[in-house]
Design a protein around this ligand. Structure first.
Ligand code: ZN
Length: 133
């Protein structure tokens, strides 16, 4: 089963928690044991798993990435958003999460995040649920 999530981001750089929407897709699939594969089909947004309890972790990650890859720099890409491409490259574009008992088998403090680096935009996340039974 495959579904596409639509995620509207609100700022240039942002980590949007999509765990609930992904869990909804898994629930709707009826798959009890298997794999949930996620892809962000963009070049200036990524996908990651990280802490979902303390929001300061998200702020710190974005601030560290900004220090590492500042928006303005010696880039050659004419669109002017090279920093976003580089941050997305560092973040990665896909993830997979096991499904156990019909639920996403995430770590206790893990959430699934769309990582926006060139927003605000409307982004897509392709969610594929595969049964192993
Ligand atoms: Zn570009």
């Amino acid at each position: 089963m495959q579904r596409e999530l639509v995620v509207r981001t609100g700022s240039r750089a942002e980590l949007v928690d999509i765990t609930g929407q992904v869990a909804d897709v898994v629930r709707a699939s009826g798959v009890e044991e298997g794999l949930c594969a996620l892809l962000v089909p963009h070049t200036t947004a990524g996908l990651t798993l990280n802490e979902n309890w303390d929001p300061s972790v998200r702020r710190d990650i974005l601030a560290a990435l900004e220090r590492l890859v500042p928006w303005r720099g010696e880039y050659t890409h004419s669109e002017g958003n090279s920093a976003a491409h580089i941050k997305a490259f560092l973040c990665g574009f896909s993830a997979w999460v096991p499904i156990e008992g019909g639920l996403l088998s995430l770590g206790q403090w893990q959430g699934i995040y769309l990582a926006e680096f060139d927003g605000p935009r409307t982004r897509r996340v392709v969610v594929t649920v595969i049964s192993s039974s």
